[in-house]
Ligand binder design. Structure first.
Ligand code: BG6
Length: 427
């Protein structure tokens, strides 16, 4: 079907860093020749700046048009509708690549202008709202103009190759499927550590902070894929419902078990010397599901740290009181799976040592970027890797006590030097 992709925020960081390079890949497959892009911006667009992260500036030649408008002027949306000129045999994907607080008003204006016909889909970037109340409002407001099947809430972590692999691995390897419970698993850690800082996204980051930016969505979703029941017959369409059930069992986080920190120099970088926005967060969380009772779970995420790595560590119980195996899903970089094994050290002594059994993709494997998968799935109406409204509300609810506590506290986050190790920040 002929598809028009309308991007709000075409000149922004998300669009230039992720969406346009993903589109370049998708178009290069030759399977999406009927895809065209309309970029919406407040200002004149310098087209060559759009493609700084693409390998070829001309891949959208003849397929890209831009529309300059005032996002706050409801009247401009009627002009946008005329510009889009959507035919009955076409579909329109509206991609909201704008900061969370700008979203609600744009949705209203789009709806009022009639950019919500049955062949229109609306794609939201996370975070959906900034807390439980605003998420609820955004969901209700969107529902006034769009039916649930038209709404695609993106969490690109769900679309990462290794994230999709978690459920496949758990289901299809009997070695692990039978030990996936609190009889055998001691603790679970989800870690998303980044060397990079906020990369100039001052406006966005001051509205979000690490909790809203990556914990409420990306990390909670990785956790859901680890804890959830496996879909019967591996039916992917049931995934959102099963992730939601896993979230329903998670207890709201005790603020006393949450650590927030900010890297040194952040305040100057954003030009707000009073900023309490956290660039690092670590939370302990518990599931009430019988299968996971008593298993400590931690989620840790931060920017400007020593290392860039996202992984899930599953620590198995010690069977002799001394040794316990660790299974690691390496979400990125170096996507793969590691199992830490205890083996006898070669030689005359009876000593043990730890070795890794690793699954790595062959060097020439091209793993699709998550945003390629997101766009392809939205075009073809596959919703299993998108977040339902129920998941969004429940994840905010789980984090609300922490947000409330941080909002009402006069305490500043603790600080850490740029390039610090996670263990140093945790102190
Ligand atoms: C985005 C966050 O959603 O995810 C960024 O806004 C973060 O702050 C990014 O850096 C991480 O995504 P990826 O795919 O680069 O790990």
């Amino acid at each position: 079907m002929k598809t028009k992709l309308l991007i709000f925020g075409i000149t922004g960081d998300l669009s230039t860093r992720k969406l346009l390079p993903a589109l370049e890949q998708i178009i290069s497959t030759g399977n999406f020749n009927e895809l065209s892009v309309i970029g919406v911006s407040r200002h004149e667009v310098n087209q060559s700046e759009l493609f700084v992260n693409c390998s070829n500036e001309s891949f959208l030649d003849g397929k890209l048009s831009t529309y300059i408008m005032n996002l706050d002027a409801s009247g401009d949306y009627y002009g946008l509708k005329d510009f889009v000129a959507l035919g009955d045999d076409e579909q329109l994907l509206i991609y909201m690549a704008v900061p969370p607080l700008a979203t609600a008003q744009i949705v209203d204006y789009l709806g009022e202008a009639g950019l919500n016909a049955h062949n229109v889909k609306i794609l939201f970037e996370k975070p959906f709202g900034v807390d439980l109340v605003s998420a609820k409002k955004l969901i209700e407001q969107t529902a006034r103009h769009y039916r649930e099947e038209q709404i695609y809430r993106i969490d690109h972590y769900l679309a990462k190759e290794m994230a999709q692999n978690i459920v496949a691995f758990r289901d299809k390897n009997a070695l692990f499927s039978d030990v996936w419970n609190n009889n055998f698993i001691e603790s679970i850690q989800v870690i998303a550590s980044q060397k990079m800082g906020i990369e100039g996204r001052t406006h966005f980051y001051e509205q979000t902070g690490a909790l809203r930016d990556v914990v409420q969505g990306h990390m909670m979703q990785l956790l859901a894929l680890t804890l959830m029941d496996i879909p019967h017959d591996f039916e992917w369409d049931n995934m959102p419902e099963l992730r939601q059930q896993a979230f329903n069992q998670l207890q709201p986080v005790d603020p006393n078990k949450a650590i927030r920190a900010q890297y040194e120099g952040y305040k100057d970088e954003v030009g707000n010397l009073d900023s309490k926005v956290e660039t690092f967060v670590s939370l302990s969380i518990e599931s009430g599901q019988p299968r996971w009772l008593g298993v400590p779970i931690t989620l840790t995420a931060g920017k400007s740290l020593a290392e860039t790595k996202t992984e899930i560590q599953i620590n198995l119980k010690k069977n002799d009181g001394v040794s316990g195996n660790c299974l690691v899903f390496r979400i990125q970089p170096n996507e793969g799976i590691d199992i830490e094994l205890f083996v006898k050290k070669p030689g005359y002594s009876r000593e043990l040592e730890t070795r890794h059994l690793s699954f790595n993709y062959p060097a020439d494997t091209k793993l699709p970027d998550a945003y390629e998968q997101v766009i392809v799935d939205a075009i073809s109406s596959q919703k299993s890797l998108f977040t339902s409204s129920g998941e969004v509300l429940r994840t905010w609810q789980i984090l609300q006590p922490v947000q409330d506590s941080w909002n009402s506290s006069n305490n500043n986050p603790k600080t850490y030097p740029v390039g610090a190790d996670i263990s140093v920040v945790l102190g």
